[in-house]
Design a binder for this molecule. Structure first.
Ligand code: ME8
Length: 514
């Protein structure tokens, strides 16, 4: 049984600002990482920025900057956004780091020596902006790029190609033999469908004369590495296979087992599944490296009917939402509102609705339960057995655990919120205020209050991966020494612990008071 988990987000283009879509994948990674840490795994969580290529070069030129200056500025923006959203990443990788450039060149050299790369002449259509070659059929009579709709140009040039076509059968077999390798199943089927057509070899270079901002090929410095090949390799760099000093103790490609490679989980949106599920595994096969264990491609955040994206100018800034509602509210909304695999539509009304759920169900439960403990028992949790919620707690914990194992964070959070709702209902049924008036029912009241302390402790653990700040505040109110793991929250002795009233966990923002 492995005790380690290595998970990754895409490395985001450093040509645009971080938006809610980027925040989603990164929060998802962070939430899973926190769950795995709770479960006792040794976790390595990698995120970062993709800084080479045409888009960077163009964006920098438009702002009158050198690409390296823009990269520094934007990498900092992403890093800060993740700090503000409480993303506990283990490493923030940048593709312009010397360490990464070294690994890209080492892998390309290895592929070259293994005869997996050859030089040829490419003649056909090219979109400068997308840095992609297209076929006659792709560009149609209009000669427009199918991705960005900009005019393409006809080129005839020397190129280096990776023998990707040689790996088609092996890749199909791998996907068929590992039904959960690509999740959800719709994306797996999409890739299997794509692989029904003959796979072409992949152009992995661009002439330096046209695009200088990239990693030079180690065997021909007139060419730079295609940005996607450069970017995908970040996952291997991040694993520490090749250490920067190249000392004798580095794991190396022959035996990467001393590094974090292979990754357990690559997270991404469905826009980039082909590069991750076709280019990446075939490159790894050719280099003789193990494949990642799983790839998850989630849906898109859309606004109305259209994908949220910088080029469409309809992006939502997660940091602005954070200013009003707090970090945890943004994390909760993202995790709760997108079912795995589906698209989700952002609207301010929906965001507020989800916030109110946090405030009115979880926040309200915490403040009622703690107030009653303070009022009726001076804040001391009675020494009584729980009564009435044990089954709900057990069912919720097992629902959450199986949802997390299947990467259905939204279901885990729905189940957790449902437990808070059940606990509010429990208060209504038990009527502790009536129990408190009747001296003969002191034992009943003890049971009620002990049960509420228990359910809040469990909820604190269940919500911790998504709302870590507010759950720390709840743990403080409950007099707990830190936030317990889900396992421990069920058995941790609570009798005699002193709870104290605190500020509302999810206060009504000024905006909603109007
Ligand atoms: O593709 N909804 O970078 P990128 C959901 N550099 N997720 C979204 C989203 C949306 N509307 N918009 C972006 C790249 N994302 C490459 C990746 S990896 C080796 C190289 C998220 O800045 C989602 O994870 O365009 C998507 O896959 C990623 O951001 C694309 O980020």
């Amino acid at each position: 049984m492995t005790t380690r988990r290595y998970l990754t987000t895409p490395i985001y283009y450093a040509s645009g600002e971080p938006h809610l879509g980027h925040a989603y994948t990164t929060v998802l990674g962070d939430v899973l990482a926190r769950h795995y840490r709770q479960q006792g795994f040794d976790v390595f969580f990698l995120t970062g920025t993709d800084e080479h290529g045409q888009k960077m070069q163009e964006a920098a030129r438009a702002q009158g900057l050198e690409p390296a200056e823009l990269a520094d500025r934007m990498a900092e923006r992403f890093r800060r956004a993740w700090v503000e959203l409480d993303i506990a990443y283990d490493r923030f990788i940048r593709t312009t780091e010397p360490e990464h450039i070294g690994v890209v060149q080492a892998i390309l050299q290895r592929l070259w020596e293994r005869d997996q790369i050859y030089a040829d002449t490419y003649a056909g259509w090219y979109c400068i902006h997308e840095e992609r070659y297209w076929t006659e059929k792709d560009v149609g009579e209009e000669r427009l790029c199918p991705d960005c709709a900009r005019p393409v140009q006809y080129v005839e040039e020397k190129n280096y190609f990776f023998r990707m076509s040689a790996y088609q059968e092996r890749l199909v077999r791998h996907i068929e033999e590992h039904p959960d390798w690509i999740v959800p199943a719709t994306r797996r089927n999409e890739i299997l469908g794509f692989l029904q057509k003959p796979l072409q070899d992949l152009s992995i270079s661009r002439p330096k004369a046209r695009l200088a901002w990239g990693v030079p090929l180690p065997f021909d410095d007139e060419h730079v590495c295609y940005v996607w090949v450069d970017a995908l390799i970040n996952y291997v760099t991040g694993s520490g296979v090749l250490t920067p000093d190249g000392g004798p103790d580095q794991p190396g490609f022959e035996d990467p087992s001393g590094s974090w490679w292979p990754a357990d989980l690559h997270l991404m949106g469905k826009d980039i599944i082909t590069t991750h599920a076709v280019y990446w595994p075939t490159l790894l096969m050719a280099a003789g490296l193990p494949l990642p264990r799983q790839i998850l491609a989630h849906g898109w955040w859309v606004v109305g009917e259209t994908k949220m994206s910088k080029s469409l100018g309809n992006v939502v800034d997660p940091l602005e939402l954070r200013e009003t509602f707090g970090t945890d509210a943004v994390r909760w909304y993202l995790m709760r509102d997108m079912p795995m695999g589906s698209d989700a539509s952002y609207t301010p009304e929906r965001f507020i609705q989800r916030y109110e759920e946090l405030a009115n169900v979880l926040g309200n439960l915490a403040s009622r339960a703690v107030s009653m403990l303070v009022k009726y028992r001076n804040g001391v949790v009675p020494d009584a057995a729980g009564n009435g919620l044990d089954e709900a707690i057990e069912q919720t914990v097992s629902a959450v655990e199986s949802a997390i194992a299947d990467l259905r964070v939204h279901d885990a959070m729905a189940a957790s919120m449902e437990l808070a709702r059940t606990a509010n209902g429990y208060i209504e049924t038990r009527e502790p205020w009536a129990q408190a008036k009747d001296p003969d029912r002191a034992a009943d009241l003890d049971e009620t209050l002990a049960t509420l302390a228990r359910v809040l402790t469990v909820l604190c653990a269940l919500f911790q991966p998504v709302t870590p700040r507010r759950m720390q505040a709840l743990a403080d109110m409950l007099g707990l020494d830190g936030i317990p793991t889900i396992g421990r929250a069920r058995t941790l002795p609570l009798a005699g612990v002193t709870v104290t009233r605190g500020a509302p966990l999810f206060p009504k923002p000024e905006l909603l008071k109007e």
